[in-house]
Design a protein around this ligand. Structure first.
Ligand code: FES
Length: 123
């Protein structure tokens, strides 16, 4: 399988079956993020305990890349210390997605990362 195919399959898999999609009604922290280029929006819900992400969910609508990125990142940050989340880079997100995306789609790929970057200021 070429990297390109892997990339497309991984994005499609998470888009069609997003992990942690939903709402946490008693969340400790809720953060919305809009992609100003298209108006798509995701909302993340976090349960935080002893400085760690104990539960995470997201809702909203967006393109395949933004939903796949939110799904993959939500899996990735569970049980991580909030103080370490600022170390997640855009490059890490692209690796998790399985490869680079077109420059015009970087905002889509990083929509969820922008939420993660706002956790520290809000928690
Ligand atoms: Fe809207 Fe990708 S086109 S988030």
């Amino acid at each position: 399988m070429t990297n390109d195919l892997y990339y497309r399959e991984r994005i499609l898999e998470h888009w069609q079956n997003p992990q942690n999609f939903g709402v946490i009604s008693d969340a400790d922290l809720v953060i919305d993020q809009v992609n100003p280029l298209c108006g798509d929006e995701v909302t993340f819900y976090f349960k935080i305990n002893s400085g760690k992400i104990k539960d995470v969910a997201f809702s909203g609508s967006g393109c395949a890349i933004s939903i796949a990125s939110a799904s993959i990142l939500s899996e990735n940050i569970r049980n991580k210390k909030v103080s370490t989340l600022c170390r997640i880079t855009g490059e890490d997100v692209l690796k998790l997605l399985g490869g680079p995306v077109a420059p015009a789609r970087l905002k889509c790929a990083f929509l969820a990362l922008e939420v993660i970057r706002r956790i520290n200021g809000n928690s």
